[in-house]
Design a protein around this ligand. Structure first.
Ligand SMILES: NC(=O)N[C@H]1NC(=O)NC1=O
Ligand SMILES: [Zn+2]
Ligand SMILES: [Zn+2]
Length: 528
């Protein structure tokens, strides 16, 4: 206010300046007020992307407990609709089509995603977060932040690669403690079926009562010392206990064949060649394991001794004999489901560079013809669902310098990228949004016994991802990656389409375009 006087002007001039100054001041103030009002109106209507406040709890980037999410493409069980989802107290309260919702929503707070897709959050039933004990490989905080950034709202943690493995009530408690206040999405736990507990029904029952969502076993060495492989007797006994709890057994279905091991010891086999690695794990390893499994899976049929139990084949790679056998068993009424992973659908053996151990996994990525057949089986409904099998390690263990496929850690790092990876390769096969939701949400929710998850439906948890299928991005070091070791991911360097815009877990906006909610408010899921 001292501005005009400080100029040292005459009295009249000073009055004139004062009047002018006041007018300009009023004009600026009114103009700013108008802008504020407009912003305020917008805030009450189309908040996204203006909204920046955080809930007082820190659990959500949105300070609302009751609000609407609107979009032209909401994936529901009745197809893709244009309209809005009403969220209240963490659950879906109503679903309204566009033609009805204008009269319906009065003073609601609306988060509008326009043309972007609003879909049930992904449920990854196969992820190794390696916590406790190996959280330098991944860990709950980084893994679940990556999940949130990738549109995954629930993941089920595998019982191995943590230290110790989750194979008992005591080790489950260690998992629960490690996850407490450190998870940004919901996390459930599979328990390990290992020789130590498999023939001890009392121990297994206690373990299942403690809340593991089902069991997981290996039919070949797992690469983890305290997670030995099971034989078919262990598996049969495991199924009979699981039947009482109506929970699944997930099996890594490969058996070791001696003859193959010998052939690659040969000097002619260069460990830097992917073809050398491929020879060590032929499709017959999967086929033999599946033949063995089918001798006990008939027990899961209606009226069978293990009715209620369910056999889930993880990460199927062989789309020929193994798949044919499984299809027939399903047809006979065995309770079986099959998962494969985006890496088997995105890559083929012929394009894996020599020495590039980022692509090493078991079972291995096979040839292009096999990839086509996997897509055929997935789109045709013979393969039920997808999972990440995110299995990272310390970068050193990938032996990227040596490029030794026989000695490097086997496991693909992909957690944050599975939605764009599926969409990018799936588009060529005419994949629909409903199929993506079925493979990544609906079927996995059923497998993990999550009855209030897996679809955007009234009464379900508001676990939702908003993503833009048309948006392309380069997955390089400039991309915001939240997995602990992005450099070892086989997807690095690819161009992907399908950008995750926002992720809601139980109504909390946990991720929005590069920003995470500050507090780790994910729930630990125990079977009841
Ligand atoms: N232990 C472990 O995570 N193994 C996984 N890695 C992989 O490539 N296949 C598996 O089963
Ligand atoms: Zn496996
Ligand atoms: Zn795995």
């Amino acid at each position: 206010m001292i501005f005009p006087l400080a100029l040292g002007l005459c009295c009249n001039c000073t009055i004139t300046y004062w009047i002018m100054y006041t007018l300009v001041f009023m004009f600026v103030t009114i103009y700013q007020a108008c802008l504020g009002l407009m912003a305020g109106l917008e805030l009450n209507h189309l908040i996204y992307p203006l909204e920046a406040r955080t809930a007082p709890s820190g659990c959500s980037l949105l300070p609302h407990n009751h609000y609407w999410i609107s979009s032209k493409r909401i994936v529901t069980q009745d197809g893709v609709i244009s309209g809005a989802v009403e969220i209240k107290d963490g659950k879906v309260f109503s679903l309204v089509k566009e033609e009805d919702w204008h009269g319906y929503i009065r003073n609601g707070h609306i988060v509008d995603f326009g043309e972007a897709v609003v879909m049930p959050g992904l449920i990854d039933v196969h992820a190794h977060l390696d916590d406790p004990g190996r959280d330098d490989w991944e860990g709950f905080p980084s893994g679940t932040r990556a999940a949130a950034a990738g549109g995954i709202t629930t993941l089920i943690d595998m019982p191995l690669n943590s230290e110790p493995s989750t194979v008992s009530v005591e080790t489950l408690k260690l998992k629960m403690n490690a996850a407490k206040n450190r998870i940004f999405v919901d996390v459930g736990f599979w328990g390990g079926l290992v020789p130590d507990n498999a023939l001890n029904a009392t121990a297994l029952e206690g373990f299942l009562r403690a809340g593991v969502l089902g069991l997981k076993s290996f039919m070949c060495p797992s690469g983890i010392n305290d997670f030995p492989m099971t034989n078919i007797t262990h598996i049969k006994e495991g199924l009979s206990v699981l039947a009482k709890f109506k929970r699944p057994l997930l099996v890594h279905a490969e058996v070791q064949e001696d003859v193959v091991g010998e052939s690659v010891e040969d000097d002619k086999n260069d460990a830097r060649l992917y073809s050398t690695y491929l020879k060590t794990r032929p499709p017959s390893m999967e086929e033999t394991a599946i033949r063995n499994l089918l001798t006990v899976s008939e027990n899961t049929r209606a009226g069978g001794p293990s009715e209620g139990a369910h056999l889930h084949i993880v990460h199927l790679s062989d789309a020929q004999s193994s798949l044919d056998l499984l299809k027939k068993a399903k047809g006979r009424g065995d309770s079986i489901s099959i998962e494969t992973c985006p890496h088997y659908l995105s890559f083929s053996a012929d394009e894996i560079p020599d020495g590039d151990t980022r692509f090493k996994c078991a079972p291995p990525i096979r040839d292009a013809d096999n990839k086509e057949k996997l897509w055929e089986a997935l789109t045709g409904g013979d393969i039920d669902m997808l999972s990440s099998d995110h299995s990272p390690s310390l970068p050193d263990l990938k032996l990227l310098q040596e490029g030794d496929f026989l000695k490097a850690w086997g496991g693909i790092s992909s957690l944050q990228y599975v939605l764009p990876a599926t969409w990018t390769s799936g588009r060529k096969y005419g994949v629909t949004l409903e199929q993506i939701a079925s493979w990544w949400s609906e079927k996995p929710a059923k497998l993990a016994g999550q009855h209030l998850k897996g679809s955007i439906a009234v009464g379900n948890y508001a676990d939702i991802v908003a993503w833009d299928p048309e948006s392309e991005f380069d997955l390089d070091e400039n991309h915001s990656s939240y997995i602990k070791h992005p450099s070892i991911s086989a997807y690095m360097g690819r161009k992907l389409s399908g950008k995750v815009l926002a992720t809601f877990v139980r109504g909390n906006l946990v991720y929005k375009e590069g920003e995470h909610a500050p507090a780790a408010c994910g729930s630990r899921l125990l079977a009841q």
